[in-house]
Write a protein of this length. Structure first.
Length: 214
C-alpha cells in the first residue's frame, strides 16, 4: 500500500440506512446527493447500507459472466467501474460521497485509501485482508485458498466520489455461484461468517465507521 496518500480532510456525515435498500432507487438518490455536494448545497457523506438482492453490471461487465443468474434477482447496469457482482442482505455496502478535489485529485490514491480502510476494519475482527496487484478488491486466505471478501467499484464525476465498496459480513453466498464475480473465474468469494466470525452487519457498520476516523 505504498504511494501517495489521500488527505482525510473533514470527517463527513455518516448516514446509516437500517433496512435493505432497492438498488436503482439508491443510485438515483446518490446521483442527486453527489450533484448537491458538487454545488456546495450538501455536506460530504458516507452511506452505510445493505441492498435488496441484485446483480449489478459495471462499466466493464460482460454478458458471458452471467452464467446462470437467479431469475428472481434483478439485473441492473450501473456507472461504477468493474464488472458483474451481487449485492444482498448480510453485505455491508459503503458509499463515500466525498470531494476528491480537497483530497489530492488522485484516483489511484483514493482507491488505495479505500483498501486501507477495509483492511483496518477486517483487522479489528481478526481477519487479515490485503489488496492484490492484479485483482481488484480485498482478498484473504481460506481453507480452500485465496478468496475475495470485499469488492471495490467507484465512480468519480466533477471530483465527487460515488459508489465504493461492499464487505461480505454474513450474506448468502450462493448467488455468486451463478456469475463470474468481477470477471475473476479462478478464485472464490468468502465472508466473515464463512471464516467463523459471528458478527452482525450492525456491529460491522460501527467498526467500519470507527476505522474511518482512526
Amino acid at each position: 500500500m505504498q504511494g501517495k496518500s489521500v488527505e482525510m480532510g473533514q470527517i463527513p456525515e455518516f448516514i446509516l440506512f437500517p433496512d435493505p435498500q432497492p438498488y436503482e432507487e439508491t443510485l438515483q438518490k446518490m446521483a442527486k446527493t453527489a450533484q448537491a455536494i458538487a454545488m456546495g448545497e450538501a455536506p460530504e457523506q458516507v452511506w452505510l447500507l445493505q441492498h435488496s438482492p441484485v446483480y449489478t453490471l459495471g462499466t466493464s461487465a460482460k454478458e458471458a459472466d452471467l452464467l446462470n443468474p437467479d431469475p428472481t434477482i434483478p439485473q441492473v447496469k450501473t456507472g461504477r467501474g468493474g464488472q458483474v457482482t451481487y449485492h444482498g442482505p448480510g453485505m455491508l455496502v459503503v458509499y463515500p460521497l466525498l470531494r476528491l478535489q480537497e483530497r489530492g485529485k488522485d484516483v489511484r490514491a483514493y482507491v488505495r485509501w479505500l483498501e486501507q480502510w477495509i483492511c483496518r476494519s477486517l483487522a479489528t475482527v481478526g481477519i487479515e485482508g490485503a489488496p492484490h496487484p492484479e485483482r481488484i478488491g480485498i482478498w484473504t486466505q481460506t481453507p480452500q485458498g485465496e478468496a475475495k471478501i470485499a469488492a471495490i467499484g467507484v465512480r468519480i464525476q466533477k471530483w465527487i466520489t460515488t459508489h465504493g465498496f461492499a464487505l461480505n459480513v454474513c450474506p448468502d453466498l450462493s448467488p455468486f455461484q451463478h456469475i463470474v464475480p468481477c470477471g475473476i473465474r479462478d478464485f472464490g468469494v468468502t465472508s466473515l461468517k464463512a471464516l467463523g466470525q459471528d458478527i452482525s452487519v450492525k456491529e460491522m457498520t460501527q467498526i467500519v465507521t470507527d476505522c474511518y476516523k482512526s
